[in-house]
Design a protein around this ligand. Structure first.
Ligand SMILES: [Zn+2]
Length: 467
């Protein structure tokens, strides 16, 4: 008998490996942060012993989901400024909040986002933090990611223009300065949390960048190995602004300045042409599809099935809680499939299996982490969650993939393991006091809304102050 740290047995295991193998009555043996064996329960129980075992009878076990685009701090604006156009919402809510928030508030509200990701099965998150000048605000989000136990990539935004568009001075910096700060973050945090965290670059949006700034981001990415992510054509305005800036539309301009590449993760891509998709394909770009956010802001339907046909890698994402208004990856999983069906008026244009692929193995490939997470096999990181189907939403169950995508919710996510650590068991976080944290976060959000002046938006509405 070989001794390991953790055994989960008697689960129905959806491996999401290349063959999409499903093992009935399967088991996983975990040593440290790595899966050492995955087989039938009989085979694992005959070969391994562990001080900690989880009996997963009746449960399904899935690889942890990847949420490849969010703004964790945006829980700070959740519940404020609903039902506004994006330009109005950014000016009235997001920018004043970002200008007023303290590192303590950012930490607490980012923790809320992290916990909801975990509760909805997401074990890897790529955060897109605004280009705040104050380094302590960046450290606060990173600390929340580390303390939550998530795996993730923290990306630091570069915004070197856009004052005329209302970008506040606290978020504007010459590209060289913000790129230097991103490199500092990389030096300090790359590999932090026993290798769970890495650092990347983010370009805010085309209308907040100079052409020189775009080229500088590419140079830094090449020199450091950091990936680049960017909001691309969420609305038609991006192309108008890019043409004013350079005479080219957004995606041709990104190609021209060398920004596109296999390390580029384009977010949204709602308003793109066939020519844009062909350019993305030529540069092997990946796309972060944000179905709920696109619906929430009325942005439109990204032509994801056309991008898939062109060979692009698609991952899915919640976007920040400011435009969602939550971090529920199971809800996003469902809507990602449904929104394409609506757009195409074709029920079978995205199958449940495809949606799960986006949320797992394809999302991992988009982030360049496909050799570590997104599927379950010996040698992969031990990131997975158990689904208990016994809620009215999920029962009856037959096909585990269809149930996860269309009929489950946070109440079904019972146990979550990241990097070999059992972070949640029986629906309770084992490593932190969630009720206390939520109360502190509510208090912090109330104080912040008062200071930022966003409370005024509530003048004609009911107020809810639970603490
Ligand atoms: Zn976003």
């Amino acid at each position: 008998m070989q001794s390991v740290d953790l055994i989960v047995h008697h689960a129905l295991i959806v491996t999401q490996n290349e063959q999409r193998t499903v093992i009935e009555n399967g088991a996983i043996a975990v040593q440290g942060n790595t899966i050492v064996a995955l087989d039938s329960s009989a085979a694992i129980d005959a070969a391994y012993t562990a001080p900690k075992t989880i009996d997963a009878r009746g449960r399904a076990l899935f690889p942890g989901l990847l949420n490849i685009h969010t703004h964790l701090f945006q829980s700070a604006v959740k519940g404020l400024g609903e039902d506004m156009a994006v330009e109005q919402w950014v000016q009235a809510v997001t920018f004043p909040t970002a200008a007023a928030m303290t590192p303590e508030e950012v930490y607490l509200l980012s923790m809320v986002s992290c916990l909801e990701n975990l509760r909805s099965g997401a074990t890897t998150v790529m955060d897109f933090m605004y280009g705040m000048r104050d380094p302590a605000l960046h450290d606060a989000v990173i600390q929340a990611m580390l303390d939550s136990g998530l795996r993730g990539r923290y990306t630091r935004t570069i915004v070197d223009s856009g004052a005329a568009m209302g970008i506040p001075p606290t978020m504007l910096q010459p590209a060289e300065e913000s790129l230097a700060h991103a490199q500092e973050l990389q030096a300090r945090y790359h590999g932090a949390g026993h290798g769970r965290l890495d650092i990347g670059l983010a370009i805010g949006v085309i209308w907040a960048m100079t052409v020189d700034g775009l080229a500088a981001v590419r140079r830094t990415a090449d020199a450091t190995g950091m990936t680049i992510t960017m909001h691309v054509n969420e609305t038609p305005f991006d192309d108008i602004a890019a043409q004013e800036l350079s005479g080219l539309r957004t995606i041709p301009l990104l190609a021209e300045t060398g920004v596109l590449g296999p390390d580029f993760i384009a977010v949204h891509c709602v308003h793109v042409t066939d020519d844009d998709i062909a350019r993305f394909a030529a540069h092997n770009v990946s796309v972060a599809y944000n179905a709920v956010s696109n619906m929430y802001l009325g942005s439109g339907i990204a032509p994801i099935t056309r991008m898939m046909d062109a060979g692009l890698t698609i991952g899915i994402a919640t976007d920040g809680s400011g435009s969602n208004n939550c971090q529920d990856m199971l809800e996003t999983l469902k809507f990602s499939a449904l929104l394409q069906k609506v757009g195409r008026m074709e029920a079978n244009c995205v199958l449940a299996q495809r949606a799960l692929d986006w949320a797992t193995r394809d999302g991992a490939q988009a982030l360049g982490l496909g050799d570590r997470v997104g599927s379950l096999a010996p040698g992969m990181k031990a990131d997975f969650f158990l689904v208990n189907p016994f809620t009215p939403k999920a029962i009856p169950v037959h096909d585990p993939v269809a149930t996860l995508v269309y009929s489950s919710g946070q109440a079904n996510v019972e146990t979550v393991v990241v990097d070999g650590r059992v972070l949640m068991e029986g629906g309770v976080f084992t490593h932190l006091d969630e009720p206390a944290l939520l109360r502190e976060a509510q208090r912090a959000a109330q104080n912040l809304a008062r200071r930022a002046g966003t409370e005024r938006l509530l003048e004609k509405r009911a107020r809810w102050r639970p603490v």
